[in-house]
Design a binder for this molecule. Structure first.
Ligand code: FRU
Length: 721
């Protein structure tokens, strides 16, 4: 043999061997229809690998292929175990993906050798919030080379994060790069803001801020590993000059998320603020992040205050803060920073605000009555707390919090009012009782700090009463002050009408329908407007999804609530507040016109981004009166006395043979009012940007319009920052 070919021959012989030695061995990937030879006990693991997220679970990601072990089967309370058949250890490392709850004794993934557990791992989450993302981990198992072993996955935990997820168990000679844990970065606070890179849908990381070794706030952040979709803003103005420590619980090696965070003097925006393509122009929405319920609505020192459930660090729900905006006219809002941040009592859920005119709480200063916020801290236990301010800008949480202990898990959404006849405060609180279903608890207090249970309203026998976010107020019937009724309202805007003696609510009519549309929830009314003009004004959460934006959801226009008599008794009516008229940029009118089927469109020349349309008509021989605003149709079906708003039907009775319809149209939704306010139909809707038209059309006859007007509207954000 040619001596020079010998090394080549050896190489050809040995190469496949070397390659084989490095090849990974998959122990289990949970891709099959069953667990195969793995032994299952209990309920937690189900009969087969999970196809990803299970019902009621936050989205699970970071697993391999289609299936994984997910012990959330039947929820967090189920327990059980999963044991592998024996296998031989043949590589240096055992690598796996793991997620779910963190509990070193009850949620474990274990390696057993010689009848003993020799390695153990648990999930990453120990507090509410967190992430269902699996992370890479591995054990060095070289000391057990060639030995027989087995794996056991045990879920012996119940309650929050009482489950474990495992996938892609592999024997390998190459240690996989696991994520870095509890990575910190220290910076000196020189500027007022921190910019945090967000990628919508990225795995959530727990980002904690420490100042002087003290934990200030922790948030679950969809931290962008690279180029972000948008920048969340954290106000760090209060710690100027101090050293801040930012900590991320789990950071994949390749993620630049923590390094990308930077300080700024002015918040960064994705294009010009309030001019984004899907920014509602006549509806309030937060500058950045997510909003749900309006909170703490109160009139104080000449300003309307609108607080709201806010996630400053994500496009979806989470990290509940109270955002804050103020307005002098209910229409133009200025968003200020968040006032209530999650704390050791939990995230800041919904609640209300009052002006404590008599300083019963003692939280006033130098003759200035305090504004007091009453909110739910949704930790475990879930409790009611208060915070106060004497300038409407700076808020302090009360040192004696909580003011109301947990009754049952999930009790929430305190709405408080001053009850003049009994000279004390009344709180309505949503409480679910095991044997009575949804209830509203009534409490009273002399000082907003000490609360006593006064009564419980429910739908006995267990027939689910009004659900979460209650509101409670008194209104005159037909505006006559000697005929007053109390209204108790739930989050879906259904309501009960009755009387209230300061202790107990006695309904005359219960469960009346509220709004008749879609995407309207958790409305609240302003407290303390009575000092001005006594109107009861409501704003609801308008569920207008805005994909691709750095903000999501919005609020409805402000609506005045009244009680009006009908043949079946008093009923609530919805009227958009008169302040909205100030937004009219131009008026197009066709008052007094009779429109016949086939007539030309009286509003052919009208164009508007946001629009208001008003029509008061006698339907005459018409079968339908059709309005088309920015491509959305609002049809009045005369025979059925029914409105069809972008396909959604709602009853709209004629009143003395006439119908009056008001339509507000924006980039994100429609709000339609009819039948003297008895019918309110909110409806999220996204017009095509280029369609700014308005049309009126009569079908099957003719209708006489007393009023017929279209108003292009100005943006409420003009000049806003
Ligand atoms: C209603 C609600 C409230 C709760 C809040 C949390 O939308 O579920 O009951 O306080 O949202 O964001």
């Amino acid at each position: 043999m040619n001596p020079r070919t010998l090394p080549l021959l050896l190489l050809t012989l040995l190469l496949p061997l070397a390659a084989r030695a490095a090849e990974d061995l998959v122990v289990a990937d949970f891709e099959g229809e069953s667990y195969g030879a793995w032994k299952v006990t209990g309920d937690a693991f189900g009969a087969a690998p999970a196809p990803g997220t299970l019902p009621g679970q936050m989205p699970v990601d970071g697993f391999n292929g289609k299936g994984l072990v997910n012990s959330f089967n039947k929820g967090d309370d189920a327990t059980g175990s999963l044991t592998s058949p024996p296998f031989r250890i043949q590589r240096k490392y055992l690598a796996f993906l793991i997620g779910g709850g963190r509990n070193e004794s009850r949620l474990t993934f274990q390696l057993w050798v010689d009848g003993k557990p020799v390695r153990s791992a648990t999930g990453p989450n120990s507090q509410s919030g967190g992430s269902e993302s699996l992370v890479q981990e591995s054990w060095d198992v070289s000391e057990f080379d060639r030995r027989m072993a087995a794996l056991r996955i045990v879920d012996d935990a119940q309650g929050g994060w009482g489950h474990l997820n495992v996938d892609h168990i592999v024997q390998t000679d190459r240690k996989p790069a696991g994520p870095r844990k509890d990575v910190t970065r220290t910076l000196k606070a020189r500027r007022p803001y921190l910019q945090i890179p967000i990628k919508n849908g990225a795995p959530k990381r727990v980002l904690t801020l420490f100042v002087n070794g003290q934990r200030i706030v922790r948030n679950d952040v969809e931290l962008a590993p690279g180029t972000p979709d948008w920048w969340a803003v954290m106000d760090i103005g209060a710690w100027k000059g101090k050293e801040l420590v930012l900590q991320v619980d789990t950071l994949p090696v390749e993620s630049q998320g923590l390094d990308l965070i930077y300080e700024s003097s002015v918040p960064a925006d994705q294009g010009p603020l309030y001019k984004e393509p899907l920014r509602g122009q006549i509806h309030f929405s937060p500058k950045r992040g997510w909003n749900n319920d309006p909170n703490g609505m109160v009139y104080y020192n000449g300003e309307y205050h609108l607080f709201f459930q806010h996630n400053p660090y994500g496009w979806g729900w989470g990290n509940m803060h109270w955002g804050h905006a103020v307005s002098r006219d209910l229409v133009h809002w200025k968003e200020l920073g968040d006032v209530l941040l999650p704390d050791d009592f939990g995230p800041m859920f919904s609640g209300s605000a009052v002006v404590d005119w008599k300083n019963t709480s003692g939280l006033g200063k130098e003759g200035r009555p305090p504004m007091v916020l009453i909110y739910t801290a949704a930790g475990n236990p879930t409790v009611q707390c208060i915070a106060s301010s004497t300038d409407g800008r700076n808020f302090t949480k009360y040192s004696g919090n909580p003011v109301l202990k947990q009754i049952t898990d999930g009790n929430r959404d305190p709405k408080v009012m001053w009850h003049e006849p009994t000279q004390r405060w009344v709180m309505v609180l949503y409480v679910e009782l095991p044997n009575r279903g949804h209830t509203i608890h009534f409490f009273t207090s002399p000082n907003l700090k000490d609360w006593t249970l006064a009564s419980i309203a429910d739908g006995l026998p267990k027939s689910n009463y009004l659900f979460e976010c209650p509101d409670f107020f008194e209104l005159p019937v037909d505006g006559t002050s000697d005929q007053r009724r109390w209204v108790l309202l739930g989050a879906n805007s259904e309501y009960a009408i009755g009387t209230f003696d300061g202790t107990r609510f006695t309904p005359e009519q219960s469960r009346l329908p509220g709004h008749r549309g879609q995407g309207f929830y958790a409305p609240q009314t302003f407290s303390d407007i009575r000092a001005e003009d006594g109107r009861r004004i409501q704003i609801g959460w308008f569920q207008t999804e805005t994909k691709g934006m750095s903000f999501n959801q919005s609020m409805t226009v402000p609506i005045e609530l009244r009680l009006g008599s009908t043949a079946s008794g008093p009923r609530m009516t919805f009227t958009p507040v008169r302040e909205l008229e100030g937004l009219r940029a131009r008026t197009f009118q066709a008052d007094g016109r009779t429109l016949h089927a086939g007539d030309s469109n009286p509003f052919a020349k009208v164009r508007g981004d946001a629009l208001e349309l008003r029509a008061d008509f006698e339907p005459g021989s018409a079968r339908e009166v059709v309005f088309r605003v920015r491509g959305a149709t609002v049809v009045y079906d005369v025979a059925k006395e029914e409105l069809v708003v972008d396909g959604h039907k709602a009853p709209a009775p004629l009143r003395e043979g006439r119908q009056a319809i008001t339509i507000y149209a924006d980039r994100t939704g429609l709000e339609v009012f009819a039948s003297g306010g008895l019918t309110y139909v909110p409806k999220p809707f996204q017009p095509r940007a280029e369609d700014q038209s308005v049309e009126v059309d009569v079908k099957g006859g003719s209708a006489v319009f007393r009023t017929l007007r279209a108003y292009p509207l100005r943006s409420i954000w003009k000049g806003s920052r």
